[in-house]
Design a protein around this ligand. Structure first.
Ligand code: ADP
Length: 151
């Protein structure tokens, strides 16, 4: 018996959780797709954040629901505007790696007041998108920990 309280054990486990255990599949669009097509993709894939990539499949930006709404207000030709015009672009994209602690990635979501982070892998000439970490993933982690009877 370690003499640790339930709360100490819970904290210990919480600090060991990593992004890869909770991440989802990323949805990416090419930088030249139109705002119209990005809106369709967001609905069809049922996600709130799209990641934008270039011809080498490297991350160059992110698109949120509000980015697409903002671009749509008073704009008739959504089919002709490419998403790279309206996205939040690198190096202003907040990202994480699959080995990162879930707590640290969650802190980024709070600090930057955003809904999701791309999970990336570093390559020689850019970042490859391998996952998506959202507030929903973090909520699932919380519920899973609350259900765990080993604690
Ligand atoms: P919504 O706009 O749907 O409320 P967010 O709060 O996630 O969604 O996005 C707010 C703003 O932050 C948007 O302009 C979006 O492009 C940007 N944003 C979203 N995710 C990231 C990220 N991982 N890194 C940097 N900026 C982001």
């Amino acid at each position: 018996y370690t003499g640790k309280t339930g709360s100490e054990l819970l904290t210990e486990r919480l600090r060991k959780l990593t992004v890869q255990e909770f991440q989802s599949i990323p949805v990416v669009v090419h930088e030249n797709v139109s705002v119209y097509d990005a809106i369709c993709t967001m609905f069809l894939e049922d996600v709130g954040t799209l990641f934008v990539v270039n011809e080498y499949s490297h991350l160059i930006g992110v698109l949120s629901r509000k980015d697409l709404l903002r671009a749509s207000i008073g704009n008739q030709d959504l089919r002709t505007i490419p998403v790279h015009i309206i996205m939040t672009r690198m190096p202003n994209v907040t990202l994480c790696f699959k080995e990162d602690l879930l707590i640290e990635a969650s802190q980024k979501l709070i600090e930057k007041q955003i809904d999701g982070l791309p999970v990336v892998k570093e390559t020689e000439d850019g970042y490859e998108v391998v996952g998506r970490l959202t507030k929903t993933n973090v909520t699932k982690a919380l519920v899973e920990m609350g259900r765990d009877e080993r604690i």
